[in-house]
Design a protein around this ligand. Structure first.
Ligand SMILES: Cc1cc2nc3c(=O)[nH]c(=O)nc-3n(C[C@H](O)[C@H](O)[C@H](O)COP(=O)(O)OP(=O)(O)OC[C@H]3O[C@@H](n4cnc5c(N)ncnc54)[C@H](O)[C@@H]3O)c2cc1C
Length: 510
């Protein structure tokens, strides 16, 4: 049984690992999912003295921040830079990674109007990219909307109304309507207004106009969208790509006596009297044997709707129904190794009218590429499960390559290798009515004293990596505070004020 388990350590090949051994009287906490949230939670718990087992479905750790090997190269699941906004977590990661963590000045662009502008868009750039007549109607629309918001304030019923309230109808139509529908697969009127508060990057240029209007007395009663991404910032990465950080976290858990098992798909969460007593998982893919691990507590970072369906005995029918009401939007990332030393004059560039919404060249952030005279280009693409783009059919690969070629970035015949990597649960979909489903599942989970569900998937939200790690640290600490684990010494990521210094919902840089 034990030889079927796999553990991932550093960049060494996956090796069979012993099943976690009994740890005397140390409480055993099982963490579901080895994305950065689960790994950071595991780090906090292991450093606090718990016996930790992390179970991860994939063959590599990192979740969305994993890097997928093909030959000598690693292909990230899209752009993944660590922000240093949470100083405690950043310092902890720096301590673990040392020289492997490299800083890089942010250089992001957006193709907009007739050229490339810095991302996020600055005021002047935004104006320059809008045809004069559209600009005039956009400004008039914004003013009219500001007056309407003031005279007739009303709660937005969906994302379309929320965006119109923020920007006025002409700007909504120009910037958001079609792009949002294409990106999310459903029109804004079918998305919850919460989507605008939690996911939509704010048009900072519009803030400038609004400040001017406020000086004329047209101040907004409330403000909704998330903070804009920063234009200037040092981002952090590693020569092994995004996976350098999750690998370092997994190694730290192991050093503290914990186990990180990959290829371990959670199949059931057994409960008794309102407590989780064991977790069952399948080792080595769907065909593998089902194994059972007893535990004292469980911290889940897998999708909360999947968790709801894994309870044994099963969750009540209303909770199962709520689980069916939540869904995710997948992402597929086409990685092309290209026989050229460099392609982009930026770390990454957003596009609004291509099959991909962003191209990135991780070599510009420091990724080692073999051979060094080649580079790798990543194309991030929103898609649906099972469609041609998701499946990476030859036609789909040709379509993506042709779109890149049409941008004058490369010639298709310079592509020497293609690696398509996928994340089935990349983006929680804030469809109309999702709040009630989520609340029902959360209430059920909260009925289990030794269980926490957190992170991007477990919290059904859009944190950046540092915020997902902070969520993991907080949930781990809550479990520890429940007399589960006696903390010893300074805990990773702990600060006197353990508040999250950057909003958990901030996803502007994704
Ligand atoms: C394209 C893209 C680009 C991004 N860029 C950035 C960026 O530049 N900077 C930044 O800070 N953030 C970025 N983010 C956000 C960031 O990657 C995520 O929010 C963060 O990695 C989430 O971590 P997590 O551990 O909460 O979730 P996940 O990474 O999704 O981890 C959940 C884990 O659970 C596992 N799992 C699921 N089901 C099971 C099961 N049944 N059994 C066992 N395991 C299971 C999954 O395989 C996964 O490893 C980006 C996100 C995307 C999609």
């Amino acid at each position: 049984m034990t030889t079927m388990l796999k553990a991932q350590s550093g960049l060494a090949p996956t090796t069979p690992a012993a099943a976690p051994e009994a740890g005397g009287d140390r409480p055993h906490v099982i963490v579901l999912g080895a994305g950065v949230c689960g790994l950071y939670a595991g780090r906090v718990l292991a450093a606090a003295g718990a016996r930790v087992t992390v179970l991860e479905r994939e063959d590599v750790v990192g979740g969305l921040a994993a890097g997928h090997r093909l030959g000598d190269n690693l292909y990230d699941l899209g752009v993944h830079h660590l922000h240093a906004f949470d100083r405690d977590i950043f310092e902890d990661v720096k301590g673990l990674m040392g020289d492997r963590l490299i800083g890089i000045a942010k250089d992001a662009r957006i193709k907009y109007g007739r050229g490339f502008r810095r991302y996020p868009l600055e005021f002047g750039d935004m104006l320059r990219g809008i045809p004069p007549w559209t600009l005039a109607t956009a400004l008039a629309g914004l003013m009219v909307q500001q007056v309407a918001n003031r005279l007739r304030p009303r709660e937005a019923e969906n994302a379309e109304q929320a965006l119109i309230q923020l920007y006025g109808r002409p700007l909504y139509s120009f910037f958001f309507r079609d792009f949002t529908a294409r990106y999310w697969g459903i029109p804004p009127r079918e998305l919850s207004a919460a989507f605008v508060r939690n996911k939509m990057p704010r048009l900072s240029a519009v803030d400038v106009i609004k400040q001017a209007l406020a000086r004329l007395g047209l101040r907004e009663p409330g403000d909704a969208a998330v903070e804009s991404a920063l234009a200037e910032e040092t981002l952090y990465y590693s020569r092994e790509g995004a996976r350098g950080m999750p690998e370092a976290l997994a190694d730290a858990i192991r050093r503290d006596g914990g186990a990180v098992l990959t290829g371990a798909t959670v199949t059931a969460v057994e409960t008794e009297g309102g407590r989780v007593v064991a977790v069952r998982y399948r080792a080595g893919g769907n065909e593998g044997a089902e194994l059972r691990l007893p535990c004292d507590a469980c911290l889940s970072t897998i999708p909360i709707n999947h968790l709801a369906l894994a309870f044994e005995p099963p969750a009540p029918p209303a909770v199962v129904e709520a689980a069916a009401g939540l869904r995710h939007r997948p992402i597929v990332v086409y990685g092309f190794r290209v026989a050229r030393p460099r392609l982009l004059d930026a770390l990454y560039i957003y596009y609004r009218d291509r099959v991909f919404h962003r191209l990135a060249e991780p070599k510009n952030s420091g990724l080692d590429i073999a051979p060094p005279e080649h580079t790798i280009l990543l194309a991030e693409i929103m898609c649906d499960h099972g469609d041609a783009l998701w499946n990476g059919t030859p036609e789909a690969v040709a379509r993506v390559a042709a779109d890149i070629e049409a941008e004058g970035i490369l010639r298709a015949d310079e592509i020497v290798e293609t690696h398509v990597v996928r994340a089935p649960e990349a983006y929680p979909v804030f469809a109309l009515g999702f709040e009630a489903h989520l609340a029902r599942i959360e209430a059920f989970v909260a009925g289990h004293a030794n269980l926490r569900s957190t992170g991007r998937q477990g919290g059904f939200c859009y944190p950046n990596m540092h915020a997902a790690m902070r969520m993991g640290a907080e949930a781990a600490r809550e479990l520890a505070a429940g007399a589960l684990v006696e903390p010893r010494g300074r805990r990773p990521g702990a600060s006197a004020a353990s508040a999250v210094p950057y909003p958990v919902s901030n996803a502007a840089a994704e």
